[in-house]
Design a protein around this ligand. Sequence first.
Ligand SMILES: Nc1ncnc2c1ncn2[C@@H]1O[C@H](COP(=O)(O)OP(=O)(O)OP(=O)(O)O)[C@@H](O)[C@H]1O
Length: 734
Amino acid sequence: ELTVSTHVQPNIAISQAECLPIRAMGMKKKHKTFSKRGPRNAKGSNFKYKKKKSDVEKAEISLLESSKTKLDGLNPEEIESFRVLPLSKKTLKGLREAGFTVPTKVQRQSLIFSLRGQDVVAAAKTGSGKTLAFIIPLLELLYHKKWTGMDGLGVLVITPTRELAYQIFEVLNKVGKEHDFSAGLVIGGKDLKYEWNRISSCNIMICTPGRLLQHMTENAEFVSDNVQMLVLDEADQCLSMGFADTMNCILEELPSERQTLLFSATQTRDVKDLIRAGCNNPIFCSVHEHSKTITPKSLQESYVLCSAHDKFTFLWSFIRHHRKHKILVFLATCKQVQYYFHMLCKLQPGLSVMGLHGSMHQLRRMAVYDEFCRKKHAVLIATDVAARGLDIPAVDWVVQVDCPEDVTTYIHRVGRTARYSRSGEAILLLTPSEEPAMLDCLKAKNIPIEKIDVDQSKLQGANVKMEIVLSKYNNLKEEAVRAFKSYLKHVALMRNKKVFDVASIDLDALARSLGLVVTPRVRFIEKQLKQKSGSNTTNPAPAGTSTQSNTNKALTSRLTTLNFGADDSDEDDDFLSTAKDQNIGLSEEDSQDTEVVEEPQKTQSKKKPLTKYAVVKKLLKKNIQVNQRVIFDEEGEEILDPRKQQISQAARKEQKEDVTGINISKLKQIMHEEDKVDKKIHASKLKEKNCVKRKAREQAREAKKARQAQSNTLESLPVDEQEQLALFLLRNKH
Ligand SMILES: Nc1ncnc2c1ncn2[C@@H]1O[C@H](COP(=O)(O)OP(=O)(O)OP(=O)(O)O)[C@@H](O)[C@H]1O
């Protein structure tokens, strides 16, 4: 069950009678009680009183309002402390107690505008403190407006993932604990009923788009007319295609008179997106625009050339050599995460293994996230659900086992390490076919990535162990098959065909690497290969097939050079070294070939799907008599199907008439008649059944009566006669 970290103060909110504690919306039942709730007043309202703001607070607010003008001439570089900014005492206290005294670059540059009520579109590197950069202005805005529980929803923070929403909620709890606002965590996978009525008393809502829209459309208690500020964290993802419909509906519902803040490490500058988000003359804060690299300076980035079927061996060896580290591993699909997680648990690498993916139950997801945050040494296998925004403390390594979809995903994934002032390392596994195009993309975005070589003698193969495990656990074998298929599907579905080429994967070797003795059938690849071999006969030098064979040859030769020795060396003895620029992988010719591989969708779309209707039409046209099933008895006589003997008159007439084609209205009528006959048969069968039952019941009743009569006559006799009679009956029985 979800555990709540103890450092969080649950009483942020609550001088208002109806205010929820900031924790209440998202947490366990024990937080659900409202100790300060007042009785209903005469009008039936839940609000018994409105607490008057103290004169001190009023004076402070007017002072802060007047000092806002000073923000105009303020040089962001001169803001050495949060105290320099016109912030309320409550916010300053919250910041101080949470350990935040000096603002980061993005906070300095964005706060001078956001505190003045302007729309801000901010982009800054991962781990640079963007969360605080929007939490401070939202608290200040509500404080300045003297927001109370009766004012309803004032600020909406939308974020793409549940974990991220939860994390923002935690920061809000810490920094805003001196304020009297109520906050709610409204994310999918939680108790909807519980949120239903309480949502109306929420001042700040941290939510994911799907659940927010659900409340907007279904819950009459949800009112967004008074929203003063909208924050989109990971704005580019919120406004991306994946969330387009949901976000459009949400944005339409919000009042246009509001402040809008957009934050992300990979910010959108698409004017259409900004208009959609409702930005009004926004200020662009691109904090690290002029820095040499797009990723944090303290992050060391490298890549390793590794074919798809060597990935598990690499990962296993890596984990074994880094048992005293905190490692975050990214895989492409949920099914892969499931299998890798379960298999690694069985193989026991010597540190805690955890798995996180989108198909997990929400409470489990939160628990895993919390646990990984707390652990000093552990490995978390995750999908991209953990790629954005998560501020997991002290992650040493980010290992991208599967190539990211694009550079944006790469930036967010590696950004889980080297956060704020910490350093970290990131390693990317690239297959020979992915290497050239992906490297080009990364270099084009100024990502300083260096190739490193693997010391083959230090790689530890786990294949034999895996096969043993799979032979023992059948469900794990099924998971392995699913992981195998889902990876191939993922590669085939990727849009960037220059990077992702499913034909370059050695299927047999990949299956072996997952511990599977038999390679599972993957129909779409079989089809693709068939199509290619079909085109091979017409064209003597087909691009696709040559790619497959050349690539496979190249990969097989590489495989033979790898030494999968089980070396149990010390973990400090690192098996990674910097590049010696080895020339392994595809030749130029090969890489050119890979680009010509036909996309599966294109070839499929040419073929018309064969429907039942089309088959019937064909049969009728050719006047083909379809085979009929005839059953014979032991004497060789045909057994007539009793159902067909009962056909209605209309059906019999239709049978006799030798007509071609289908007359829908006539068939309808026949069906109707047939239906009547069926009903009659059913009724008569039911009658028969009931009759049998009734007879059985009557017989049982009569038998009971007879038994009773017998016992009555026996009881009416004197005792000695009863005994004699009983003896007589017994003897007769034997
Ligand atoms: N002013 C500050 N002083 C000290 N630490 C800070 C400050 N601001 C933020 N941090 C810390 O920096 C870390 C990263 O912050 P945050 O999660 O907000 O980064 P981010 O820019 O949102 O990253 P991402 O782009 O990955 O979402 C957090 O651990 C946070 O506590």
